[in-house]
Design a protein around this ligand. Structure first.
Ligand SMILES: C[S@@+](CC[C@H](N)C(=O)[O-])C[C@H]1O[C@@H](n2cnc3c(N)ncnc32)[C@H](O)[C@@H]1O
Length: 215
């Protein structure tokens, strides 16, 4: 228990610093472009230290930030305090169990989170449930590599890496799982996360929509 708490404290404390170079080299730009598409009532899962917050357009009035890690939440609280506090509502829900009725959101945001959730399938089913018809998932995730040699290394390193990095998985084919959840991927960009180690460099980002059922 105490080891878990120390680990969580160190992860939260070092997160922004560890990501600084990658943020400057590509992530900030990607976040800005992606989140410009946000609209209506919004849920962000695994909001971390709140790096996405400055990128939300003004038309998004109400934002629920879910973050199960208490240390991350403390930082999130500090960041929302520096912005328009009344826009944000912070919760401790995990992505696999969001305590809101069906069809509650127009936009759901997941950036670098679907690698860490205990079950990708359960979390994506939850996202599908929570989206309104025509609602969108905006995603930015690191995924399994297209290169066989890198894939082999990702499989080898994953057990150790996931222990050190908050259950972060290296071998998820997240685009395929989004598709399998019933969401329709409308935009998909693959790009290397510049400055990141090879085994977390491959990323996907884009928009997936909950297409209304006929009838
Ligand atoms: C790599 S950080 C990403 C933080 C932020 N979204 C970003 O873009 O920088 C992963 C975040 O997912 C959170 N997380 C882990 N398991 C989760 C779960 N089951 N549901 C929601 N968030 C989770 C972690 O606490 C952490 O804040």
């Amino acid at each position: 228990m105490i080891v878990k708490q120390i680990h969580s404290y160190l992860m939260a404390k070092s997160y922004d610093y560890a990501m600084r170079s990658t943020e400057k080299r590509c992530l900030q730009k990607w976040r800005k472009e992606l989140l410009a598409q946000a609209d209506g009532e919004l849920l962000e899962i695994g909001a971390g230290t709140g790096v996405n917050l400055p990128h939300y357009p003004d038309r998004v009035s109400q934002i629920i930030l879910s973050e199960p890690d208490a240390q991350m939440r403390k930082r999130l609280q500090r960041r929302t305090g520096q912005l328009q506090k009344e826009r944000f509502n912070i919760t401790s829900w995990g992505a696999e169990s969001i305590k809101m009725p069906d069809a509650s959101f127009d936009t759901i945001v997941s950036t670098l989170v679907l690698c860490s959730v205990p079950s990708l399938e359960v979390s994506l089913n939850e996202i599908y449930r929570l989206l309104r018809p025509n609602g969108i998932l905006l995603f930015l995730e690191h995924v399994i590599s297209n290169h066989p040699a890198t894939r082999t290394w990702q499989h080898r390193i994953e057990p150790f890496w996931s222990l050190c990095a908050g259950n972060c998985r290296l071998t998820r084919d997240t685009a395929a799982e989004i598709h399998a959840s019933g969401l329709k991927i409308e935009r998909l960009t693959e790009a290397p996360m510049v400055g990141a180690p090879t085994f977390v460099r491959g990323t996907i980002r884009g928009v997936a929509r909950k297409v209304p059922e006929p009838g």
